[in-house]
Ligand binder design. Structure first.
Ligand code: FES
Ligand SMILES: [Fe+2]
Length: 341
């Protein structure tokens, strides 16, 4: 059985789940509904009414309980049916502990996470954003529905060679520069350490005007998170974290956090960072949609270049993870690649 359900996925941003309205989402093909109880605690249920299969997400909130729009059955914060209007207060059914399917929820750093299985391992925790609400840092956050699957999204977010073609002038421009990287796959993560980068283009004028070497490190955290980290000098840093949440086989909801610290320019730079990120995301949305259309039509194998070894290692790790293999028992891999951009 797939272990893909044993992980935490972002259900929504905290601000999206209001106190007075249920919120509908789909993750791994499951229709879900979220609501907040009287204390504001997030509750996530299967979007399915036990009575006659109504859609709870089309219902409403009454005193922190969720009401089905069909015949008014009411579900409390334990997912228990606590009112059946047609039966009155003496209903025998109410004594029967009727419960909708309820999922594990954690709310943290402005995100609501859900786990679709009871099998969540203690070491699987929602991602921790180290600079979230840190006063020296700023964060811009995006949510986008990609028309492609998780692995192709994840690959794209740490794929360097595509940046010169899909995002010309934003990240890099093609210069035929040889790049070397050390790749390590261990403990459920793939680390990519770039050895000799000195330009990320448009940001260079204030980010790296003296052309210092950039410390660029990417990390893939199985099964669905990427973290791209650029560092110049001691206090100039730019981190893009993407959580790719599988909606269904060919749709992925991607939550992107860009946290950066440009010293005194941090706040002033916010509109520029926001604007450029939106442009980059639009370009990736388009290219990944086109890729998925071709994959579905042609169903051919990919051809790998040396740079694609990163993707191969990520795919292998992700496949093993969702097949339920024990991550800590997988052999460690360390290798070096080089390619041109
Ligand atoms: S289907 Fe939900 S109350 Fe009847
Ligand atoms: Fe991209």
């Amino acid at each position: 059985m797939s272990a893909e359900k044993n992980f935490w996925y972002i259900f929504a941003e905290s601000a999206e789940l209001k106190k007075d309205k249920p919120l509908k989402r789909k993750i791994l093909g499951e229709n879900l509904v979220g609501f907040r109880d009287k204390n504001g605690k997030a509750i996530i249920l299967l979007d399915y009414c036990l009575h006659r299969s109504g859609k709870l997400s089309e219902g409403w909130i009454e005193n922190g309980c969720l009401v089905c729009p069909f015949h008014g059955w009411k579900y409390n914060n334990e997912a228990k049916v606590c009112r059946i209007p047609a039966e009155g207060n003496e209903s025998k059914l109410l004594k029967k502990d009727l419960k909708a399917k309820k999922f594990l929820v954690e709310e943290k750093q402005g995100y609501i996470y859900v786990c679709l299985s009871e099998q969540v391992l203690p070491q699987n925790k929602p991602f921790d954003y180290p600079y979230y609400q840190n006063t020296n840092w700023a964060t811009v956050r995006f949510k986008n529905l990609f028309e492609n699957n998780v692995i192709n999204c994840v690959e794209n977010f740490i794929d360097v060679p595509h940046t010169v073609f899909v995002h010309p002038g934003i990240f890099r421009s093609e210069k035929g520069q040889k790049i070397e990287a050390i790749i390590e796959s261990k403990n459920g993560k793939v680390y990519i350490n770039y050895q000799n980068e000195n330009s990320i283009s448009n940001f260079n004028w204030f980010f790296n005007s003296s052309k210092q070497q950039i410390k660029h490190t990417d990390i893939f955290i199985t099964p669905n998170i990427t973290n791209v980290n650029y560092k110049v000098l001691n206090n100039c840093q730019y981190i893009i974290t993407s959580q790719s949440v599988p909606v269904d086989e060919w749709q992925t909801m991607v939550y992107t956090d860009i946290s950066y610290n440009f010293g005194l320019l941090t706040q002033i730079a916010k509109p520029i960072v926001q604007n450029q990120a939106e442009q980059v995301l639009r370009q990736d949305l388009k290219i990944l949609k086109e890729q998925a259309e071709n994959i579905k039509q042609f169903k051919k194998k990919f051809i790998d270049t040396e740079a694609d070894l990163i993707h191969t290692l990520i795919s292998e790790l992700r496949d093993k993870t969702i097949a339920g293999e024990n991550i800590s028992e997988l052999p460690e891999i360390k290798t070096k690649i080089s390619f041109y951009i």
